[in-house]
Design a binder for this molecule. Structure first.
Ligand code: 3PG
Length: 306
C-alpha cells in the first residue's frame, strides 16, 4: 500500500490535514502524520518506508532523502523549495514538486498587513501615516507579488514592479508600472515588498548600496526569505537612515541587535507566518495530496522543480 507521510514542524490547520487524508484514503493510500517534531532524526526515521512525503518549510536534507528507501516524491506544500536538497533527490530519481500559488493570498495579506501596522506605529496610539498615495515597489512579480499589487491598488498605492523573468506588458496588464532595473525600483519606492526566492544568485543580494537608494520613509517588507538580505547592510541602513523601517516574516539573525537599538522601526514574526491561515493550509495541503495521486497514478510531473 502506498504510504504518504505528512511531516510538519509547523502543523497545518486540522481542516487541511483532514482534506489531505481524504484525498489519500479515497485513493487507497495510508497516511502517516509527524507534527511538531523537534529533532531532525524523527523525520529521518519516519521517512524510511514511505512512498511520498508532504512538507512545509521542513528540511529535506540528503540524510532524509537517503533514508527514504521507497521514497518517490516529495511535495513542498508551498512556494519556496530552498529547504529541499534537490541534487540529492535527483540522484535518487525522486521527484520534488511545489504547489505554486496555493498560499499566495495569505502571504500577500500579511505583507500588506505589516505595512499598515508599521504606518500606524504598531497601533500604539500615536498619529501615523497612510498607505494611500504612497509608492510601492514589488520585487518579483510572481503569484504573491501580483496579489500584493492587487490589494495595494485597492489602498490607493502607486504600484511599480521589477521582474526580469516577466515581460513588461504582462506586468502592465495588472495596472502596475514595470521598471527596468532593481536599482530603479528601490530608488522609486517608499515601500518595497520582496518576493524573490532564496538561491545562490539572490543570497545576500539586498544590501546597503541598493537599500540606501530608497527615498525618505523607506520601508522594506520581506515575506520571502531572510537569506536574501545582507544583514551587515541592513544594520548600516538602520544606523544611517532614521526614516528606515524593516518588517520581516521571520527574524533576521541580527534581530536582537535591531530590536535593542531600533525597536520602533522593526517588526519580526515569531515564526514564519505568511502561509499560516486555514485557507492557505487547505489549498496547499490538498494540492500536494492531489499532485501525489496524479504522479503515482498517471506519472503526472506538473510542478516538478528538480
Ligand atoms: C512558502 O514558501 O510557501 C512560504 O514561505 C510558506 O512556508 P510555510 O509553509 O513553512 O509556512
Amino acid at each position: 500500500m502506498t504510504k504518504v507521510l505528512i511531516a510538519t514542524v509547523k502543523p497545518f490547520a486540522p481542516e487541511a490535514v483532514e482534506g489531505i487524508r481524504k484525498v489519500c484514503l479515497d485513493a487507497g493510500y495510508e497516511v502517516l502524520l509527524l507534527e511538531k517534531y523537534t529533532d531532525q532524526n524523527e523525520l529521518v526515521k519516519a521517512v524510511v518506508d514511505v512512498d511520498a512525503l508532504i512538507i512545509r518549510s521542513d528540511k529535506v536534507t540528503r540524510e532524509v532523502i537517503e533514508a527514504g528507501n521507497n521514497l518517490k516524491i516529495v511535495v513542498r506544500a508551498g512556494a519556496g523549495y530552498d529547504n529541499v536538497d534537490l541534487a540529492a533527490a535527483t540522484e535518487k530519481n525522486i521527484v520534488v514538486m511545489n504547489t505554486p500559488g496555493q498560499n499566495s493570498d495569505a502571504v500577500a495579506e500579511l505583507a500588506i498587513g505589516m505595512m499598515v501596522f508599521q504606518a500606524r506605529n504598531k497601533f500604539n496610539g500615536s498619529s501615523g501615516t497612510e498607505l494611500n498615495g504612497k509608492t510601492l515597489g514589488i520585487h518579483a512579480f510572481g503569484n504573491v507579488g501580483q496579489r500584493v499589487a492587487k490589494i495595494a491598488k485597492g489602498f490607493g498605492m502607486k504600484v511599480f514592479a521589477f521582474d526580469p523573468f516577466i515581460a513588461d506588458d504582462k506586468i502592465e496588464d495588472h495596472g502596475v508600472k514595470a521598471l527596468q532595473s532593481v536599482e530603479e525600483l528601490y530608488a522609486s519606492c517608499q515601500y518595497i515588498s520582496v518576493h524573490i526566492p532564496a538561491n545562490k544568485e539572490t543570497s545576500k543580494s539586498l544590501g546597503y548600496k541598493l537599500l540606501s537608494g530608497m527615498p525618505q520613509g523607506a520601508t522594506l517588507v520581506n515575506t520571502a526569505r531572510k537569506e536574501v538580505i545582507d544583514e551587515d547592510g541592513l544594520m548600516e541602513m538602520f544606523k544611517n537612515r532614521e526614516d528606515f523601517s524593516y518588517l520581516s516574516d521571520i527574524a533576521p539573525d541580527c534581530a536582537t541587535d535591531i530590536m535593542q537599538k531600533y525597536e520602533s522601526r522593526a517588526f519580526f514574526t515569531p515564526k514564519k507566518m505568511g502561509a499560516q491561515t486555514a485557507e492557505a493550509n487547505i489549498n496547499a495541503g490538498i494540492a500536494a495530496a492531489i499532485q501525489i495521486k496524479n504522479f503515482i497514478e498517471k506519472g503526472d510531473t506538473t510542478f516538478q522543480v528538480n
